[in-house]
Design a protein around this ligand. Sequence first.
Ligand code: ZN
Length: 167
Amino acid sequence: MIANAKGNCIFSWNFIKIMMLSIHSDDYFMKEAFREATFAAENGEVPVGAVIVCDNRIIARGSNRTEQLGDITAHAEIIAITAAADFLGSKYLTDCTLYVTLEPCSMCAGALYWSQISRVVYGASDEKRGFMKFGKALLHPQTKLSYGVMEADCRQLLQDFFSHKRG
Ligand SMILES: [Zn+2]
C-alpha cells in the first residue's frame, strides 16, 4: 500500500493483482482440474482431473486414463506429475501446487511425497481409497494441504458417472 500526494492511501497495481490471485486462484485452478475430470468422463473413465500450477500458471494437466491406457497407475495425479517434471526439466516440484478433484489415493500420495510438491489441494474426499485414512504423513513434511475446494461439484460429477453406469 502506498500514499499519494494528498495523503490518501492507494493500492499499487501489483498489490491488487496479488490480492486478486490469492483470493481467486484455488477456485480458478480447481475449475481447470474439473474440466480435465469431465474429459475423463467423456472417455468412459472415472472422472478425476488434475492440474499442476507453478507461478500462477498451469504447467501440466492430467485426467484419469486407466481404461484407455490399460494401466492401473494412470491416475490423473501421476500423469500430471510426470508432465510437470517433463515441463520443468526437474524431478522435484518444490514450487508447485497440485489441484485434483478427488482426494488422492495412497499410491498418488506416495508419488507426491517423492515429488516434494509444495502444496496439494483436493476437492471431494474419498473415504474408501483416499490417503487421509493413513494421515497427512503420507505427504512430504514440506507439503501444505488444503481440501474441500469445489467439493460438491467434484462429488456430484463422480456420483453422476457411477449412477449413469449402473443405470
Ligand atoms: Zn491415485
